[in-house]
Design a protein around this ligand. Structure first.
Ligand code: ADE
Length: 387
């Protein structure tokens, strides 16, 4: 097909923009092109489906209506608002970048992809998406959808996961941007990938690029794009304890022990029930024994295990958790370790990995959990015998 910066390429871009004007969906982030709104949407949409994002985007903007509001928020608040969306470093970086935009740029977004990319969490895709959609800069925002559309259009049969192939697709995409229409073009290309040039069965009959599309003309839409097989996620087995307290005051009987994950790595800074990795074939008795020992070693906590709760499984991108869950309580007469509130009352700070809270059941909603531990919390609360 006609490529590069030729008028033919531009014509394709113009045809796409015309198609978009007619077919675009009304989505909450399309009300206007305010850079803050565009940026939040693009970050949320990166690993998450449009249907899931739409209501959460509305709620996020209600909670943090401006870059200043987000910059002023605490990490806990932002993580809580992000709960359930996964890939939580997106939320942490969003807040860090907001602080930088306020402190370094006086609250005005930089408008070039190069400068946007200096901000935390903003990579090539997000920088180009914000620069083009919010500032109409002719930058090519290449995500998974765009890789698919462009690999089909140009019949690219090298794996689109390779960086040099992605760079080439960026250049090919840039060459299609009609002058002065970068914002519409970027959104249009994403919309084409979402509505027409879909992964499974593309709807080529409705495609404005059909007559120029190599994959269509050669009957290869099912083969393109080429992606190497994903390796199966590594499975981690574990045993989780939902430990209820036995003391009074801040460690009273219906409170439950939750701990904060370290500040780096998977689910950084999120809350969870204490747990320990186990052998894949560990029996229930072995799980109970290793949990009891771990709670003693880590927290100086002596518990009695009362029985099992439903197991949970959770699949991350490269990792799968298979967790056996146990209800336990502080052994009668034993001392429970102090949580952050009691330490704070004594003027002492909770340590990075010793950060624990004895939370009342209703307080669990206010803490940011990953999905697996949120499910454990919900199940436990439903089963908890009435006081
Ligand atoms: N996926 C990524 N960005 C998008 C957008 N702005 N609209 C719809 N889907 C998208």
């Amino acid at each position: 097909m006609s490529g590069g910066g030729t008028p033919g390429g531009r014509r394709l871009g113009e045809a796409l923009v015309r198609w978009f004007e007619e077919h675009k969906r009304a989505l909450p982030w399309r009300q206007n092109r305010d850079p803050y709104r565009v940026w939040v949407a693009e970050v949320m949409l990166q690993q998450t489906r449009v249907d899931t994002v739409a209501p959460r985007y509305v709620s996020f903007l209600r909670r943090f209506p401006s870059v200043e509001a987000l910059a002023a928020a605490g990490e806990d608040e932002v993580l809580k608002e992000w709960e359930g969306l996964g890939y939580y470093s997106r939320a942490r970086n969003l807040r860090l970048a907001a602080r930088e935009i306020v402190n370094r740029y006086g609250g005005r977004f930089p408008d070039s992809p190069e400068e946007l990319r200096r901000l935390p969490g903003i990579g090539r895709y997000t920088a180009a998406a914000v620069a083009s959609i919010a500032f109409n800069r002719p930058a090519a925002a290449v995500d998974g959808n765009v890789l698919r559309v462009m690999a089909r259009l140009h019949g690219i049969d090298e794996p689109v996961t390779r960086a040099p192939v992605q760079r080439r697709i960026e250049r090919l995409t840039e060459a299609l941007i009609p002058p002065g229409r970068a914002a519409d073009f970027t959104e249009a290309l994403m919309e084409l990938g979402a509505l027409v040039c879909t992964p499974g069965q593309p709807d080529c009959g409705r495609c404005p690029w059909r007559d120029a599309c190599t994959a269509y003309l050669e009957g290869r839409t099912g083969e393109l794009p080429v992606r190497p097989q994903r390796t199966a996620p590594r499975v981690v087995h574990g045993a989780v304890a939902v430990v209820t307290a036995n003391g009074d005051g801040a460690r009273a009987g219906r409170r439950v022990l939750v701990v904060r994950r370290p500040a780096g790595g998977l689910l950084a800074g999120m809350w969870e029930f204490p747990w320990v990795e186990t052998a894949p074939d560990a029996s229930e008795a072995e799980c109970e024994a290793i949990l009891t020992r771990t709670l003693r070693d880590r927290y100086g906590l002596d518990v009695v295990v009362d029985g099992g709760l439903p197991a949970v499984r959770h699949v991350f991108s490269h990792l799968e958790w298979r967790l056996q869950v146990f209800a336990a309580r502080v052994r009668p007469g034993a001392e429970a370790p102090a949580g952050r509130r009691e330490l704070a009352a004594q003027g002492r700070a909770a340590g990075e990995d010793g950060d624990l809270v004895w939370a009342a059941p209703e307080e669990l909603d206010g803490l940011a959990f990953g999905r697996a531990h949120r499910r454990i919390a919900d199940t436990w609360r439903k089963r908890r015998p009435a006081p």
